[in-house]
Ligand binder design. Structure first.
Ligand code: SAM
Ligand code: SF4
Ligand code: SF4
Length: 353
């Protein structure tokens, strides 16, 4: 077990939201080029990814995690880019699991190499896996992810995760109107009655490179209505704070399904999540344009207490509520309206989804 972090007073931001969850991006690289995240025109051969020396080392991540835990963080999620591309990621998992105060370590992956990694991740103590999968057929999968890799490889990854004991595996599907919305019912059918929970995610205006248009957002309420037209649903009671998915169960016992309505029904009021980029910058919102450099002070010798003080200062000053403001500017429910005011935002592959 790691040395217990000295518990400090939990911090709250300027709207009273506590700091509870930490997303850690372990790399800004990925083996896919999902058009809604890393379009090839921008993330092509000449794109400058972070150098290895710029990435936080595992020991540095573990130290920062202790500082976050001291301020109230309980749950940690590893993401990216594609986190399974980071060599020996399972070693980081076990370091985080050994950090006193960390309740749960989870990971979000595109699933393409999960079949090879599932066993090692389980043995390292990983608690949960979420796999992204936007379509079951090769043509639509390719349209979404811009890769020749077959969706079956992701399905194999999901089954491998299940086989080593991750249960349920959550499956995230980003829905783009006119691109993969015809896959909603086939995806629901595929994962109904399985040990997996499918969650539909509204296409978001993260970053500056995906050419997001409001017209391509299919509001979660419409996705839900489509599913209900075939399989009636009932709502599951939710925890009030920090929940992003609206949870439903199939009335016929087919299991659970979730809807993440970040655009049409923003949840900024309960957002308790901090993000640490692969190079050690702290972001207090997915749509932020600037982060706070923690790697500089860390490499200059700052310890857990000093780092916690920097994080606490940034969190206390936090006023982020981008999605709420976006929704006040636009009328998503009407499926039209303006595109909203745009500001230079950090890319999702860098900050971690
Ligand atoms: N590479 C991993 C993966 O795809 O699962 C982890 C990183 S990825 C940035 C995390 C999540 O963000 C994925 O579920 C992905 O589908 C989602 N995502 C990326 N861009 C998005 C967008 N523009 N709108 C909604 N979700 C998005
Ligand atoms: Fe890669 Fe995940 Fe972004 Fe797709 S969503 S490009 S898999 S980081
Ligand atoms: Fe949290 Fe920012 Fe998303 Fe609102 S827009 S829920 S503050 S990450």
């Amino acid at each position: 077990m790691g040395a217990p972090s000295q518990r400090l007073a939990p911090v709250a931001d300027s709207f009273g939201r506590p700091l509870r969850d930490l997303r850690i991006s372990v790399t800004d690289r990925c083996n896919l080029r999902c058009r809604y995240c890393m379009p090839r025109e921008v993330f092509g051969r000449s794109f400058q990814f972070l150098e290895h020396s710029e990435l936080l080392r595992f020991e540095e991540i573990a130290l920062l995690a202790r500082a976050f835990v001291a301020l109230g963080v309980r749950d940690v999620r590893l993401t990216g880019g594609e986190p399974l591309l980071r060599r020996d990621i399972e070693r980081l998992v076990s370091m985080l699991k050994a950090t006193a105060g960390v309740r749960e370590v989870a990971l979000t992956t595109n699933g393409t190499i999960l079949a090879h990694k599932a066993q090692a991740l389980r043995e390292a103590g990983l608690d949960r896996v979420t796999v992204s999968l936007d379509a079951l057929d090769q043509r639509t999968f390719q349209l979404m992810t811009d890769t020749p890799i077959a969706p079956e490889r992701v399905l194999e990854g999901i089954e491998a995760a299940l086989a080593v004991g991750f249960r349920p595996v959550k499956v995230n599907m980003v829905v783009r109107r006119g691109v993969n919305d015809h896959c909603i019912l086939p995806m629901a059918e595929r994962f109904r009655g399985s040990d997996h929970i499918l969650r539909f995610i509204e296409y978001m205006d993260v970053g500056e490179s995906n050419g997001w248009r409001l017209a391509e957002v299919l509001p979660a309420a419409q996705v839900r209505a489509l599913i209900e037209s075939r399989w009636p649903l009932e709502a599951i009671d939710e925890e009030p704070l920090g929940t992003v998915a609206r949870r439903y169960r199939y009335r016929d016992g087919g299991g659970e399904v979730g809807f993440i309505a970040s655009v049409s029904e923003p949840f900024c009021g309960g957002c308790t999540r901090a993000r640490l980029s692969a190079e050690g910058h702290l972001y207090t919102c997915l749509f932020a344009s600037r982060g706070l450099d923690l790697r500089g002070p860390l490499r200059a010798g700052a310890g857990e207490r000093e780092l916690a003080a920097l994080i606490a200062g940034a969190w206390a000053a936090r006023r982020d509520r981008y999605s709420q403001l976006r929704s006040e500017r636009t009328r998503v429910e009407a499926g039209g309206g303006g595109e909203g005011r745009r500001s230079a935002k950090v890319e999702m592959s860098y900050i971690g989804g």
